[in-house]
Write a protein that binds this ligand. Structure first.
Ligand code: NI
Length: 185
C-alpha cells in the first residue's frame, strides 16, 4: 500500500521518534508499505516519521545512488534499520547534494563526515553492526536524522538557509510539483 508522505511543517517530522517494540502493530506490513512508497516516489531512503509513525525505523535502497555497476556494495545496499544507534561518525567532511521526499523540489549541499558505524536490528530483530562510507553512509546519516526530528534543511549552511527560507515556507504550504501522495500540516 502506498502511504502519504508528510511534508516539512508537519509536527511528526520534528518529534524524537520512539523505540520500536516487537509487538508494534502490523510492523511487517508497515515495512513493506514503506519500501513500496519509497520506490514509487523514487526515494533511496524513507523513515517511519515521514509516513506518520513516530518510531525508530527506516528503510534504505541506495542502488540508484551510483551509476557504477562495479560498485556492488551500493548497488545492493538495501536494508531495514530498527532502533539504530550511531556508534561513531568518522572521516573527512564531504559536501553532497541531498534531497528529501518530505521537502519536494529542494536539493541543497549538506556537509557530513564520510563514515558512520551503526548498530541496529534488522527486519527479523537480529542485531547488526556495520561500518559504512560513501553513498550508503550518506543515506543512513540522513535517515537517522529523521528519527531525531532533524531535516537536511537544518544542516544547510547559514547563508544558504536564509536564501531558501521562503522556498521552504512555500513547500510547507503545498506549493510544489509532486507525483506521489503527500500530507501537509
Ligand atoms: Ni529525508
Amino acid at each position: 500500500m502506498i502511504l502519504p508522505i508528510s511534508i516539512i511543517g508537519t509536527a511528526v517530522l520534528r518529534k524524537k521518534a520512539e523505540t520500536v517494540t516487537r509487538d508494534y502493530p502490523e510492523l511487517k506490513a508497515l515495512i513493506d508499505d514503506m519500501f513500496e512508497t519509497m520506490y514509487k516516489s523514487d526515494g533511496v531512503g524513507l523513515a517511519a516519521p515521514q509516513v506518520g509513525h513516530s518510531i525508530r525505523l527506516f528503510v534504505v535502497d541506495a542502488a540508484p545512488m551510483t551509476d557504477d555497476e562495479n560498485d556492488v556494495f551500493t548497488k545492493t545496499f538495501k536494508r531495514v534499520f530498527i532502533n539504530p544507534e550511531i556508534v561513531e561518525v568518522f572521516g573527512n567532511n564531504c559536501s553532497y547534494e541531498e534531497g528529501c521526499l518530505s521537502v519536494p523540489g529542494l536539493h541543497e549541499n549538506v556537509v557530513r563526515q564520510d563514515g558512520v558505524k551503526i548498530k541496529y536490528l534488522d527486519e527479523n530483530f537480529n542485531e547488526k553492526e556495520e561500518t559504512l562510507t560513501g553513498a550508503a553512509s550518506r543515506v543512513v546519516q540522513h535517515e537517522y536524522d529523521h528519527l531525531e526530528g532533524i531535516l537536511f534543511t537544518d544542516k544547510v549552511g547559514a547563508l544558504r538557509r536564509k536564501l531558501i527560507k521562503n522556498k521552504i515556507a512555500n513547500i510547507s504550504r503545498g506549493k510544489f510539483e509532486h507525483n506521489y501522495k503527500v500530507k501537509l500540516a
